[in-house]
Design a protein around this ligand. Structure first.
Ligand SMILES: Nc1ncnc2c1ncn2[C@@H]1O[C@H](COP(=O)(O)OP(=O)(O)OP(=O)(O)O)[C@@H](O)[C@H]1O
Ligand SMILES: [Mg+2]
Length: 335
C-alpha cells in the first residue's frame, strides 16, 4: 500500500486589480513541487508555521482546493491500496470516480470541526450519510456502523447519535470528525491539525485515538501540525514545510536530533521547555520576521528573508536534494 505524491504544484490565482477577474496564469505556487511517499501504517507529519500552505496541500491531495481561486498546475498523486492491483492517479480521475475515491482511498479530518460539520444535521445522520453514499448496506446497518465508530472514539454512540454538533464539546466534535473520516476504512488519512483548538488533556486523548487507529488498521497517515513536539510524538517521518515547499524531510528522530536545514534548526531552537528545576538563563530563540506572500515567489530560497545563513548565493530557486542517508532530503545550499 502506498501514496506517492510527485511534483504537486498548486497555484493560488491572483486577483486582478479590478478585484473581480481572477487570473490563474498569474499568482503564487502555494504548494510547489511537493513530493512525499506514505506507506501503510506509517505516519508522516507535515510541520510548518501558520500560512505556509499545509491545509491547501491537504485539500489539494483530495482535489478539494477551492476551484475558482486555485488550480493544480502539475503533479501526480498515485494511490495503491491493498485491494487494488493498479495505482490510481487522483489527478487523472473523472469527477464521479473522484467522489468514489474520497473517503475510501483517502479521507481527511478537516482543520476546523466547527465549520466542517453540518450544524443543522444530527451527527449520527452525517456519518450514516457517508456510509450509505459509499457502501451497499441498509439504513439500519449504516446506523449500527455509525454507532460503533462513535463508540470507538469514546463517544456514547447510541446516546449521542441524535445530537447536533452544537450540543457537543469541541473535543467531542473533533472525535466525530475522526469517526467520519475512518468510517469508510480508508487506505490513507490526512489529519489537518486535529488537536489545535483543544486543551492539553483533550489533545492528548485525540493523539492517542490516532495512534490507536494506526495500531489497529493499516492506514497510512499524513499528520499536519505546526508543532514539532506533536510531530515527534506521533510520526515516523517528518516533512518540514515552509511557504509551500518541503525544506527538509527525514525520519522524525534523526531530523530532530540532527536538523540540517536552517529553518528546522530555528524551529527546534524556538520550542519552549519546562521542567520543575528549570531556570530561565536566556530569552527563548525566535525566528525573525514573519511569513509573507513575497516568501512564496520564485528566484530565491523561500526562507531567504528570515534565514541566519542566507546571502546572495541563495537568490535562485533551490532544489530539494537527497542528503547523505536514504530517507533524508534537504532544500538548502548552505549546509
Ligand atoms: N480560500 C482561500 N482564498 C484565498 N487565499 C487562501 C484561501 N485559503 C488559503 N489561502 C491562502 O493560502 C495560504 C496558505 O493557507 P493555508 O490555510 O494552507 O495555511 P496553513 O499552513 O494551513 O496555516 P494554519 O496553520 O494557520 O492553518 C495563505 O497565504 C492563505 O492566505
Ligand atoms: Mg491550516
Amino acid at each position: 500500500m502506498s501514496l506517492e505524491i510527485r511534483d504537486l504544484t498548486v497555484r493560488l490565482c491572483s486577483k486582478k486589480k479590478s478585484g473581480k477577474a481572477i487570473d490563474c496564469c498569474d499568482g503564487i505556487n502555494v504548494v510547489d513541487s511537493f513530493f512525499l511517499t506514505v506507506k501503510e501504517k506509517e505516519v508522516v507529519s507535515i510541520v510548518g508555521e501558520s500560512g505556509s500552505g499545509k491545509s491547501f496541500l491537504g485539500l489539494s491531495i483530495l482535489r478539494l482546493n477551492p476551484p475558482v481561486i486555485s488550480k493544480i498546475i502539475r503533479g501526480e498523486i498515485r494511490v495503491r491500496c491493498s485491494s487494488q492491483k493498479d495505482k490510481v492517479d487522483i489527478l487523472k480521475l473523472k469527477q464521479r470516480e473522484l467522489t468514489g475515491a474520497r473517503g475510501r482511498l483517502i479521507s481527511m479530518i478537516f482543520q476546523d470541526p466547527n465549520t466542517s460539520l453540518n450544524p443543522v444535521m444530527k451527527i449520527g445522520e452525517q456519518i450514516t450519510e457517508a456510509i450509505l453514499a459509499h457502501r451497499k448496506v441498509s439504513k439500519a446497518e449504516a446506523k449500527d456502523i455509525a454507532i460503533s465508530y462513535l463508540d470507538s472514539m469514546n463517544i456514547d454512540g447510541k446516546f449521542q447519535f441524535a445530537s447536533y454538533p452544537y450540543e457537543l464539546s469541541g473535543g467531542m466534535r473533533q472525535r466525530v470528525m475522526i469517526a467520519m473520516a475512518m468510517v469508510l476504512n480508508p487506505c490513507f488519512l490526512i489529519a489537518d491539525e486535529p488537536t489545535t483548538a483543544l486543551d492539553v488533556t483533550t489533545s492528548l486523548q485525540v493523539l492517542k485515538l490516532i495512534k490507536d487507529i494506526k495500531e489497529r488498521s493499516n492506514v497510512g497517515i499524513i499528520f499536519i501540525t505546526h508543532d514539532l513536539t506533536i510531530a515527534e510524538s506521533i510520526s515516523d517521518m517528518t516533512c518540514v514545510f515552509y511557504a509551500g515547499q518541503v525544506m527538509e524531510l527525514g525520519k522524525t528522530k534523526e531530523l530532530i536530533e540532527n536538523p540540517i536545514h536552517p529553518y528546522t534548526i530555528s524551529l527546534i531552537k524556538s520550542i519552549p521547555t519546562l521542567s520543575a528545576n528549570y531556570v530561565p538563563k536566556q530569552r527563548l530563540s525566535t525566528i525573525p520576521g514573519f511569513l509573507t506572500e513575497d516568501d512564496f515567489s520564485d528566484g530565491k530560497c523561500r526562507f531567504y528573508s528570515r534565514c541566519f545563513r542566507s546571502n546572495k548565493d541563495c537568490l535562485m530557486n533551490i532544489p530539494l536534494v537527497h542528503y547523505d542517508t536514504d530517507d533524508r532530503y534537504v532544500r538548502c545550499i548552505k549546509i
